[in-house]
Write a protein that binds this ligand. Structure first.
Ligand SMILES: Nc1ncnc2c1ncn2[C@@H]1O[C@H](COP(=O)(O)OP(=O)(O)O)[C@@H](O)[C@H]1O
Ligand SMILES: [Mg+2]
Length: 279
């Protein structure tokens, strides 16, 4: 069964989309079948992977509206083991159109259910709001990954998200857990970063990811080339840090798998291909 991870933080510009694109790509590069679902009307994950705008294409909007099956929405990417379900700005309408809808919080969960056997990881890129789209992502997810910047009041910024996660756990999705908190655009040399990290470590404990993502220009440039960082400049610190984050997240779930050499994983966790055969 694949693991669904929502990348969420209601604050904009904290690195959600950069994390979703580069984590998903790094998982795929580690030979794990991965799906990225763009749940943000801004569609930055879609364009960041090189898909041109196309209102006719089947997208997350159609899934939420029950107008198409998820398998018909899959698009290939520049990485063999990475697929994307794209978004288009029409997704903004789903927030309103769904308000009266039946099972409105479960639309994404229901739509993705048939794909959970096929992918080992499904990464959801959320919009910068605690709206019905993020709610659908959190109800569809097994876990939430929270990108954060190391700034003063960092905890105050995420308290609303943590409350929302708590409420969803008490209602629509009792299994929802926190996958981790990842520090983005991180500059370890500053005192501020050290202080905030210590505070977050006290608060989140093991949930604070060991991997931090440095501020790195390659991460900001790659989307304009329609590529994840590891296809744009694999040697950049940005690409390397997301590869480390992917290994850390795989290790949460496949602790015995040697990630750097996937071919040695034989006899341990099933590969996506084997899952397909048994499905
Ligand atoms: N580690 C990083 N180093 C440099 N620039 C980054 C980094 N992470 C994100 N950015 C840039 O910061 C901006 C906001 O990031 P983005 O991932 O779009 O945030 P969000 O999805 O949370 O709004 C983008 O221009 C992005 O390219
Ligand atoms: Mg974004």
């Amino acid at each position: 069964m694949g693991r669904v991870i929502a990348v969420a933080n209601q604050k904009g510009g904290v690195g959600k989309t950069t994390t979703a694109i580069n984590l998903a790509s790094s998982l795929a590069a580690a030979e794990v079948d991965t799906l990225l679902v763009d749940c943000d009307p801004q569609s930055n994950a879609t364009s960041g992977l090189g898909l041109v705008k196309d209102p006719e294409r089947i997208s997350t909007y159609h899934l939420l509206m029950g107008a198409a099956g998820a398998d018909t929405a899959l698009q290939a990417t520049g990485l063999e083991q990475l697929w994307i379900i794209p978004a288009h700005k029409n997704l903004i309408g789903a927030n309103l159109e769904l308000v009266e809808g039946e099972r409105r919080e479960f639309r994404l969960r229901d739509a993705l259910a048939p794909l959970r056997e096929r992918f080992q990881f499904i990464v959801l890129d959320c919009p910068p709001a605690l709206d019905l789209l993020t709610l659908n992502a959190l109800v569809a997810a097994d876990a939430v990954l929270i990108p954060m910047q190391a700034e003063y009041f960092a905890l105050e910024g995420v308290s609303e998200l943590l409350d929302t996660v708590e409420r969803i756990r008490g209602s629509f999705n009792p299994e929802l857990v926190i996958e981790g908190v990842v520090l983005t655009m991180f500059d370890e040399r500053t005192n501020l970063a050290q202080q905030v990290t210590a505070e977050l470590k006290r608060f989140f404990g093991e949930k604070l990811c060991q991997t931090t993502i440095p501020r790195n220009i390659r991460l900001a440039e790659a989307p304009s080339h329609g590529k994840p960082a590891l296809l744009y400049d694999v040697r950049s610190r940005g690409a390397e840090s997301y590869i480390r984050l992917a290994k850390e997240i795989i290790s949460h779930h496949l602790p015995t798998q040697e990630v750097a050499a996937p071919e040695t994983a034989e006899g341990q966790e099933k590969t996506g291909e084997e899952m397909d055969k048994t499905a």
